[in-house]
Design a protein around this ligand. Structure first.
Ligand SMILES: Cc1cc2nc3c(=O)[nH]c(=O)nc-3n(C[C@H](O)[C@H](O)[C@H](O)COP(=O)(O)O)c2cc1C
Length: 271
């Protein structure tokens, strides 16, 4: 399962060489933008390339990223929504994650970076007036070589049993059933998707002929719909490897409430 291995090894890269991208590689990146935006029918989002990474880093350090920990990279991509609605947010993260996978095929590292909490005037100053609503950047560039003698730590992941349920939330699914239905690898690998704060809010309910996706959230752990598009992208790619070529359909249904935790219905995928 090539996609599975890719996902298992996929890591956010936070250490970059200072070196700018070679012109040829930058051209390849721009072609990727076009191809992916075309696939999105030029709806939902635009990729805005910021070649001068120093300017972005110096202006956003201390205020962008988790608690102001800005990732320093030679270039950044702004994810600019064409419209702010749930579908656009989900599709934007779906296509951005696809882009990040393609960047890694060019041997480039990347990392999502949240800048939603940066004052809009500052964002307008740094990114340009037309980009002041950009809430996410992707840092990218040549990854720094790793020290082969240091064992890289990787972010932990929830178990399949913590995110996949049978027919209703909380009702455990038997791994044998997943195996019999050929879905064990899919759910094993999809957990390696990135998520904001590595919260892994995805919950799947497996029914007879479909899977439902919900996102868990609470007052302290706010919902981030970007997490939905990312998991939908990887789910579809992994499903393809087992011969299921379907797409997620977005659904609207009242949230499930369980004490302090709520679950928002996101989509359904026919099996
Ligand atoms: C929507 C989104 C926003 C993120 N924002 C940040 C960020 O601001 N700073 C950061 O260092 N990492 C950020 N990340 C990266 C996640 O922390 C990372 O993907 C997660 O911890 C899993 O680690 P891994 O990607 O190495 O597997 C973000 C990821 C997503 C999906």
């Amino acid at each position: 399962m090539l996609m599975g291995n890719f996902l298992k090894n996929r890591k956010s890269i936070r250490d970059y060489k200072k070196k700018k991208l070679d012109n040829k590689v930058m051209e390849d990146v721009k072609v990727l933008f076009e191809e992916i935006l075309e696939e999105a029918n030029n709806k939902y989002l635009d990729f805005i390339l910021f070649e001068d990474g120093d300017k972005i880093y110096n202006s956003l350090k201390g205020i962008g990223g988790y608690a102001g920990v800005m990732v320093e990279s030679p270039h950044y991509i702004g994810i600019r929504l064409k419209e702010v609605n749930e579908e656009s947010i989900i599709k934007a993260s779906y296509f951005t994650e696809k882009l990040m996978g393609n960047l890694s095929n060019l041997n480039l590292g990347s990392c999502w970076l949240g800048i939603k909490n940066v004052d809009k005037d500052i964002r307008a100053n740094v990114l340009g007036e037309e980009n002041k609503n950009i809430a996410y950047l992707v840092a990218f560039g040549y990854p720094k070589a790793k020290n082969p003698f240091i064992n890289e730590s990787s972010s932990s992941r929830l178990g399949v049993d913590e995110i996949v349920f049978k027919e209703e939330l909380g009702k455990p699914i038997d791994i044998i059933e997943l195996e019999n239905r050929g879905l064990d690898d899919l759910f094993y690998y999809v957990r390696f998707a990135p998520s904001s704060f590595n919260r892994q809010p995805w919950r799947f309910i497996l029914e007879k002929d479909k899977v439902l996706l919900l996102l868990a959230y609470s007052e302290e752990k706010e919902i981030n719909l970007m997490d939905a598009g990312i998991i939908m992208y990887y789910f579809e790619e992994l499903a393809k490897t087992i011969g299921i070529n379907n797409r997620w359909e977005l659904i609207q249904q009242e949230d499930i409430v369980d004490g302090d935790i709520k679950y928002k219905y996101i989509g359904e995928f026919s099996l």
